[in-house]
Design a protein around this ligand. Structure first.
Ligand code: 5RP
Length: 205
């Protein structure tokens, strides 16, 4: 496992985001052991309408120091490869996200062009939703067929659901509510990490 954990959400009101507060919260999470920040720049409920979004966002994200740009394949079905190419040209890694209703077959042809596949374990939209265990076969399939691929899960992931994610083969964990609402973020992050690290080698045998 290279990395795990942490989500920091910037919703549709990104223009109104208090960046100094975002910085403070992000630093706190990193100090508490998170390996990376996963920033949602748009509310997932807008996913079907964002065909115009990527050309606007890719360059500024790269300029801001983002190292991986993940996008949902559903609204850009005819442009996935060209978006992958633009992201790479901008110097970032490529992540491809799947909504719960999207099967693995929709992404298979693109996996070799991606650094990471994100399996959403809730409907995109907001934090605090119930983890969808029925998404785990997608993670298992990916891990089985792509032992070295980064596989991320996002939605309802916390201490009660991390086992399922880790055993299925996820190595990048987005956890919002479970960390943010905890009085001991460091302990929660450490526990999530330990669960993932103790499972990951079993997935690769
Ligand atoms: O962006 C999301 C949905 O659109 C994430 O699932 C969510 O923000 C993660 O938080 P939580 O751990 O509370 O589910």
């Amino acid at each position: 496992m290279e990395r795990n954990s942490l989500k920091c959400k910037i919703g549709p009101s990104i223009l109104n985001t208090d960046l100094s507060q975002l910085y403070v919260e992000s630093q706190k999470l990193l100090d508490n052991g998170a390996d990376y920040l996963h920033l949602d720049i748009m509310d997932g409920s807008f996913v079907p309408n964002l065909t115009f979004g990527h050309p606007v966002w890719i360059a500024p994200m790269a300029d801001a120091g983002v190292n991986q740009y993940t996008f949902h394949i559903e609204p850009v079905a005819n442009n996935v490869l060209s978006i992958c190419r633009k992201i790479k040209e901008a110097g970032m890694k490529v992540g491809l996200a799947l909504k719960p209703g999207t099967g693995i077959e929709a992404v298979r042809q693109y996996i070799d062009h991606a650094d990471m596949i994100l399996v959403m374990t809730v409907e995109p939209g907001f934090g605090g939703q119930k983890f969808m265990n029925e998404m785990m076969p997608k993670v298992q399939w990916l891990r089985h067929n792509y032992p070295l691929l980064d596989i991320e899960v996002d939605g309802g992931v916390g201490l009660n659901t991390i086992n399922a994610c880790a055993e299925a083969g996820a190595n990048m964990i987005v956890s919002g509510t479970a960390i943010i609402n905890s009085t001991d973020q460091k302990a929660v992050i450490a526990s999530l990490r330990e669960t993932v690290e103790s499972s990951i080698h079993k997935c690769n045998v």
